[in-house]
Ligand binder design. Structure first.
Ligand code: UDP
Length: 360
């Protein structure tokens, strides 16, 4: 057996902004679940450490008490690092310190300063999966110092995301995946569009609503209501537009709505690190209409599996909506199968872990 294939003992530390399954962690929750399932299926031994109340199927889970971290995207660029008293993040890392000798490798999925700071204090190697682009001066410094001091240990979703950091060339692009068996292909859509994600200003939901309004198309909105103040602000547009807000759905529920949509609209204002919702749509055969920047621009094959439109252009969205019929739903599912399978994700992460352990 080559060392890539030999069973590893892995300790994964989840995001401390919310329990797994709450939706507060955004796409990294799905990535962590998919990756854990695939690695466990391959015979690796793993445990996930996460805030109390987390749900993660049959993956061994150590649940930690403590106060949740604020999400990085709600803090300003200059905001210093914060840790609440009795922070769950601190408890998670204290636990990791105590059990570290039972593992070959520790992998952090939290976009927080503390796990980067702690890297040199651990006997076991700590790898970092960074789930968002540059958001703060403090995190930029922590990530790039770690990249310098521990070459090869920083993983990211996409090149566009890596490019937001000064240490872009030291980041390893790992992508994401979907469990294709959970998303059913739908060849004949109903007459509506879908928008899916955390309802928070950086996701630009108001543009999708404006585009649906101008196109006179129904828009089904699915996702965690993360920022109630923002939701209030966009209510005037919601009153007149043909929209339905369906709340935060499980993967099984969301794919029944998503797969019958004519297209998924992705309208982020920020540089989206990846956009798991894009590959969930493709897995159902649903084309993706997205702004041409960040992760979606690396995923969507414009003219084939969706349309990439000028960033922040509602006109661009409206034009693309009028051209949905030119896209091939079978090609969407095909792209998900070839580029975003769990097997492909498992291969990339296994190779990354192997390289870290070889050089340690
Ligand atoms: N999602 C969900 N239920 C919903 C809407 C969205 O579980 O009703 C999940 C979706 O499956 C995806 C995540 O929310 O995994 C959003 O992740 P994405 O990578 O698109 O954006 P992020 O939140 O990480 O910025």
């Amino acid at each position: 057996m080559s060392s890539v294939q030999s069973a590893l003992r892995l300790l994964f530390l989840s995001t401390p902004v919310g329990p797994l399954g709450s939706g507060l962690g955004g796409g990294v929750e799905l990535t962590l679940m998919n990756l854990s399932q695939e690695l466990q299926r391959r015979g690796h031994q793993l445990q996930v450490v996460a805030p109390a109340g987390s749900v993660l199927g049959d993956i061994p889970l150590a649940q930690m008490a403590g106060k949740l971290q604020p999400t990085a995207h709600t803090q300003g660029r200059q905001t210093p690092t914060t840790l609440p008293d009795t922070a769950v993040l601190a408890n998670m890392w204290d636990y990791a310190r105590q059990v570290q000798d039972e593992y070959d490798l520790i992998v952090n999925f939290a976009y927080d300063w503390l796990p980067f700071y702690l890297m040199p204090f651990f006997r076991r190697p700590v790898a970092q999966f960074v789930s968002m682009g540059s958001l703060s001066v403090a995190m930029d410094a922590a990530i790039c110092q770690a990249a310098e001091r521990f070459p090869g240990r920083i993983g990211v979703y996409t090149q566009a995301q890596a490019n937001t950091f000064a240490c872009a060339t030291r980041c390893r692009v790992l992508g994401s995946a979907v469990d294709l068996s959970l998303y059913e292909f739908c060849a004949q859509p109903q007459d509506y569009l879908v928008w899916m994600g955390r309802i928070s200003p950086e996701k630009g939901l108001e543009d999708a609503i404006a585009a649906a309004q101008r196109s006179q198309k129904r828009l089904k909105i699915l996702g965690k209501l993360e920022d109630p103040h923002y939701w209030e602000q966009i209510q005037p547009a919601c009153q007149t537009a043909p929209i339905d807000y369906l709340g935060f759905l499980t993967t099984a529920q969301l794919q029944t709505v998503l797969r019958q949509g004519q297209a998924l609209l992705m309208t982020p204002r920020w540089i989206e690190a990846f956009g798991n919702v894009a590959i969930e749509a493709l897995a159902c055969g649903v084309p993706v209409i997205a702004y041409q920047r960040g992760g979606p621009a690396e995923i969507v094959q414009s003219g084939k599996t969706g349309w990439l439109v000028p960033p922040d252009s509602v006109d661009g969205l409206v034009k693309a909506i009028a051209q949905i019929a030119q896209l091939d739903r079978a090609a969407c599912r095909q792209q998900a199968e070839t580029a975003y399978s769990l097997a492909a994700l498992g291969d990339r992460f296994e190779q990354w872990f192997h390289d870290i352990l070889q050089s340690d």
